[in-house]
Structures are given as structure tokens and as C-alpha cells.
Design a protein around this ligand. Structure first.
Ligand code: DGL
Length: 304
């Protein structure tokens, strides 16, 4: 008989605090659910790291959360979704939802079908890793091969947002520089392909102009997860109990996390490193997504 409810918590992780923008939406759409959030504050940023490393970190965190008996996992990080979602989905026996597909579906919906999917014009901004992985163009072209996609890495956005320089002229100058080509591309929608970016959505919206619909990847993923849990009969009923885990203490955690979450924080624990083995090398390491980069390195070595 199918389940009718499931009181176990939802696991959510991000490289740091950006994923709290997805948690904020989870709290809104699923007020009965308990959330266990893991922010990898010791190893942020992921956006400049390799696929191999981000996949390994993601697996370590996923295993930690699975040990806390989560019922599903929300990968609230575009970089981890770009690099590690396939591996996580293959390796875990709970549902895993990433941010890329829900954001792409919302971007097509935001175009309103005015031009039809085949000629949609979609922009993507994100970390170096997310843009370099081409996860968004692949997902967009899988739906509409003729769609026009323009991607732009914005690596300075994350440190400026974490610093709290949301209204600062430096952020505006950086955004004007980054968004120059993107603004000229006559887009219908722009995917905020980093869970930090919703905090600067008003500035991005102002620079892009009223004709461009912004897509919040974390919020879209939260809504997709809500739909999935409903379909599976796995929604919770009763009082939610949230808990946050961080892999390192950061001095300004409360200030920054409140800005992301928009409310007071649940109880927070700094994870004991023995619970989260660092630089873990399992015998099945090749199955963590490292096989391809390893082949790439070997090929590079052989080249003249
Ligand atoms: N929140 C991460 C993402 O969505 C970006 C931060 C980082 O570089 O780790 O990609």
C-alpha cells in the first residue's frame, strides 16, 4: 500500500549558505516539513573547484544526511547539481532533486510560449563551474534544440553577497560589467543559476529591464520537491523540527544566514570532522563521477 505521509526530514545541502534561499521557499510551500540543512562552510566556494572534488564533497554530505534518516535530498547548489546530481541519484536510494531541471522548466514557462519553445531566448548566470559544465545549455537543448542560450559566469557575486554588499556601488559596477552581453541578448528569461543570487535579484531585475523574467533556481527546486513528495504520498503532517549543520563555524554566520533565510535560525551544529570524513577515498571512487576527468587527464598527458 502506498505511504500516505512520511514524518522524516528533508535533507538539503549547499556549499555554504546560498541554499538557504531554497530552504526559505521550502518553509513557505511545505510548512509542516522538517528540514535538515548542511552548509559546507569549511569548503565553500564550490564554484571554482573541479567536478571530481565537488562530487566527492557532495557524496560525503549526502551520506552524512542519509545517516540522519532523511526521506529525500534537495541539492540546493547549482555547482553540485551541475557536477554531482547524476552520481548522487545513482548512489542514493532516496529521491534526489537538483536545481537545474526545475529552473529550466520555469524558464520555458516564463517565456510564455510567445515565440514557442524552439526559439526561446534564455540567459543563465552562475559560478565558473556551473557555466563551464554547460549543464544548463544541455538541459535547455534537451527540451528545445533550437533555443538560444547565453551563459555568463559571475564569480565575484558570491563573495560580495556573503560580505553583505547588496546595495553597494561596487556590486552594481560588477553587475553592469558582467551583464553587459546578457542585457544585449533580448532574453525572455534569465536563470539565477546560483542559490546566492536571489539576494541580488532586485538589482539584476533593474539592469535586465522589465521584459526579462528572472528564475530563482533554488525556489523552483523547492517547489519541484514539494510536488514530488505529494505525488509519492510522502508529505509530513505535524510539527516541523529543523536543524542546521555547518562544516565550520563562521563568525558572521547569524547575520548572513538571517539575510538568506529571512527569519531566525533553527538550532545549528558544527559537524565533528569524524562524522564527515574529509578527502574520503572509497574503493568505488571511480563511480563518483571521477572516471571522466581521470580519462581527460590521461589524454592530456599523452598529448604532445
Ligand atoms: N551556492 C552555490 C551555487 O549555487 C555557489 C557558491 C559556491 O561557489 O560555492 O552554485
Amino acid at each position: 500500500m502506498p505511504a500516505t505521509h512520511d514524518a522524516r526530514p528533508i535533507g538539503v545541502f549547499d556549499s555554504g549558505l546560498g541554499g538557504l534561499t531554497a530552504v526559505r521557499e521550502l518553509f513557505r510551500v511545505l510548512p509542516e516539513e522538517s528540514v535538515l540543512y548542511f552548509g559546507d562552510t569549511a569548503r565553500v566556494p564550490y564554484g571554482t573547484k573541479s567536478k571530481d572534488t565537488v562530487t566527492r564533497f557532495s557524496l560525503e554530505i549526502a551520506r552524512f544526511l542519509v545517516r540522519q534518516d532523511i526521506k529525500c535530498l534537495l541539492v540546493a547548489c547549482n555547482t553540485a547539481s551541475s557536477y554531482a546530481l547524476d552520481t548522487l541519484s545513482r548512489r542514493l536510494d532516496i529521491p534526489v532533486v537538483g536545481v537545474i531541471e526545475p529552473a529550466v522548466r520555469a524558464a520555458f514557462a516564463a517565456g510564455g510560449g510567445a515565440r514557442g519553445r524552439g526559439s526561446a531566448r534564455i540567459g543563465v548566470i552562475g559560478t565558473l563551474a556551473t557555466v563551464g559544465s554547460e549543464s544548463y545549455p544541455h538541459a535547455i537543448h534537451a527540451i528545445a534544440p533550437g533555443a538560444h542560450v547565453i551563459s555568463r559566469a559571475c564569480p565575484l557575486f558570491v563573495p560580495l553577497i556573503e560580505e553583505g554588499w547588496i546595495g553597494h556601488p561596487v556590486l552594481r559596477a560588477v553587475a553592469e560589467e558582467y551583464l553587459g552581453d546578457v542585457r544585449a541578448a533580448q532574453l525572455e528569461s534569465l536563470i539565477l543559476g546560483c542559490t546566492h543570487y536571489p539576494l541580488i535579484a532586485p538589482l539584476v531585475a533593474e539592469l535586465m529591464g522589465p521584459g526579462v523574467k528572472l528564475v530563482d533556481s533554488g525556489a523552483e527546486a523547492a517547489r519541484a520537491l514539494a510536488t514530488l513528495l505529494g505525488e509519492r504520498g510522502q508529505l509530513a503532517a505535524g510539527g516541523p523540527r529543523h536543524h542546521f549543520f555547518l562544516s565550520d563555524e563562521r563568525l558572521d554566520f547569524n547575520r548572513v544566514a538571517r539575510a538568506f533565510l529571512g527569519r531566525e535560525l533553527p538550532p545549528t551544529t558544527i559537524v565533528d570532522q569524524t562524522d564527515l570524513p574529509w578527502f574520503e577515498r572509497s574503493p568505488d571512487h571511480a563511480a563518483t563521477g571521477t572516471a571522466e576527468p581521470a580519462r581527460g587527464r590521461a589524454a592530456a598527458k599523452e598529448a604532445p
